[in-house]
Ligand binder design. Structure first.
Ligand code: ADP
Ligand code: MG
Length: 486
């Protein structure tokens, strides 16, 4: 592959399920995992005569997202019918926004790829629009003796389709954008973001053009990407495939391709429809969605501090490095935990290190989200306070952390029960040091004759004699003094 010759251009379309109790045009529940068709209301199964009614909460969440990406909110947007045939779409059309979406142009900032390891900058990715639409049902191809089943529980679930500008230039950049978007919708409570359950799905548009060209090349759209890793792999694969075609003088076909994660390859699904194939027209059953200023301003007033602003505040107020600040701030659970710990007196840098190290590892190990951590921010602060006041060593602190995690008790309770408190009393350590040195005159003589290695022997003996509780730094200091003095 001749990487210098071609530039990759990528735009993502992301479907986000909105976290509402009801469907977008009906009050029926849309909880995930219910028995098939138990949430298929009259509207979901397209009974003639049923009429859609806009869900106010879905509109509020769309506006909330739009404001968070600095987008223009359209006071008047329209619903259109997008026609296609599929068994899980009994109406024969999907209700979507086409010409007039509720959210106009905005942007999202991502951390730039840090190739030269200087911390990296920030790149602004344009978001063209975000529009409301309904989800379709699901076809079930297993357990029906060669036939397919249809589950219409998901039909009518509110979706926000978020369309990016073709601003992304590499698989890694696309993944970074997707992660930032995922974190944002979760942060805002716009979506639960559960990718296994299909709450956050991505189609990737990929094309190549000659380096330096300004025209866009012909794109392929890859469907069925349900993990960050697959998105990155599928795009990398697609870039390689198109490079090969163009290098051999061929032309890329505009088509929709499907990513097969098992084979790590994309294959053609269908040639891409043009918009006119869908026969879009405004849905006569739904009036325009008109938002008044009050509704928009209420949503604006209700916005939390956004991840980008929080990251900057963490850098400024706690002197955290940009990378750590981003890791904490872009995940709302981590950011809240960090603030609880520092409010309880924890040193910010130490708390950040423990959260990104010990705590993250424990969460991963037990498959927990930070909101479910059995050890809270205030308890982490307590452990760090015991290190700071020299009650326990850093090594014991990890033991305490794991014991609190397992529910064995409070921080001080565990320190006492396990006898982890360090001896910081100088006279007590001095006594042990004097005794150990007196008991080993031969080794003391060797040390004084210049055999530095024997020092470690003495440290070991003192630690042993103190039951491992003497503070190592003090032991070193006092041993040097005792051995050097005679
Ligand atoms: P469609 O309506 O066919 O889905 P859009 O024009 O809405 O097409 O674009 C869909 C997505 O494809 C957007 O994210 C856009 O940035 C991206 N896109 C459009 N043209 C290209 C291209 N030539 N190369 C890569 N991405 C593209
Ligand atoms: Mg599209």
């Amino acid at each position: 592959m001749n990487a210098a010759k071609w530039e990759a251009v990528i735009g993502l379309e992301v479907h986000v399920q909105l976290q509402t109790a009801g469907k977008i045009f009906a009050p029926a529940a849309n909880a995930y995992g219910a028995d098939a068709n138990t949430q298929a209301c009259a509207l979901s199964v397209a009974l003639p005569g049923t009429l859609p009614v806009m869900n106010r909460e879905a509109a509020r969440l769309a506006v909330r997202f739009g404001l968070a990406i600095g987008a223009k909110i359209n006071r008047r947007s329209l619903f259109a019918r997008k026609h296609y045939f599929y068994p899980d779409l009994p109406k024969g059309y999907q209700i979507s926004q086409y010409e007039h979406p509720v959210v106009g142009a905005g942007h999202l900032e991502i951390a730039e790829e840090d190739d030269d390891n200087n911390g990296g900058g920030v790149k602004r990715i344009g978001i063209t629009r975000a529009h409301l639409e309904e989800d379709a049902g699901k076809s079930l191809h297993e357990d029906f003796d060669g036939m397919s089943g249809i589950d219409l529980n998901r039909a009518g679930t509110p979706l926000l389709e978020i369309v990016s500008e073709p601003d992304l230039r590499s698989p890694a950049e696309a993944a970074a954008y997707l992660r930032a978007l995922h974190a944002l919708v979760k942060y805002l409570g716009v979506s639960d973001g559960n990718m296994q359950e299909g709450s956050f799905r991505c189609d990737a548009n990929v094309s190549l053009r000659r380096a330096g060209a300004s025209e866009l090349g012909t794109r392929a759209e890859i469907k069925n990407l349900n993990s960050f890793r697959f998105v990155e792999k599928a795009i990398a694969h697609e870039i390689a495939r198109q490079t090969e075609i163009l290098e051999s003088g061929g032309a890329v076909a505009q088509e929709t391709r499907l990513y097969d994660a098992d084979l790590d390859q994309t294959r053609p699904m269908r040639s891409k429809e043009d918009a006119h194939d869908y026969r879009y027209f405004p849905d006569p059953d739904l009036p325009p969605l008109v938002l008044d200023e009050e509704f928009i301003e209420a949503a604006r007033a209700d916005l939390p501090e956004l991840p980008g602003a929080r990251k900057l505040r963490f850098e400024r107020d706690f002197q955290l490095p940009a990378r750590d600040a981003a890791k904490l701030a872009f995940d709302r659970g981590f950011a809240d935990y960090f603030e609880t710990a520092t409010a309880a007196g924890a040193d910010a840098k130490t708390a950040a290190n423990w959260m990104l190290g010990e705590l993250s590892a424990a969460l991963n190990r037990d498959g927990l989200r930070i909101e479910e951590s059995p050890l809270g921010g205030a308890q982490l602060a307590e452990i760090l306070a015991r290190i700071a006041d020299r009650s326990i060593s850093g090594k014991s602190a990890k033991e305490v952390f794991q014991a609190v995690w397992r529910g064995e008790g409070g921080v001080d309770e565990i320190i006492n029960a396990r006898g982890l408190r360090q001896i910081t009393d100088d006279s007590e350590i001095e006594n042990v040091v004097a005794r150990v040195v007196a008991e080993h005159p031969e080794q003391a003589a060797q040390y004084r004759a210049g055999k530095q290695k024997v020092f470690g022997f003495f440290v070991g003996r003192v630690m042993q004699a103190s039951g491992g509780k003497a503070e190592p730094a003090r032991v070193n200091e006092m041993l040097r003094r005792a051995l050097d003095s005679e």
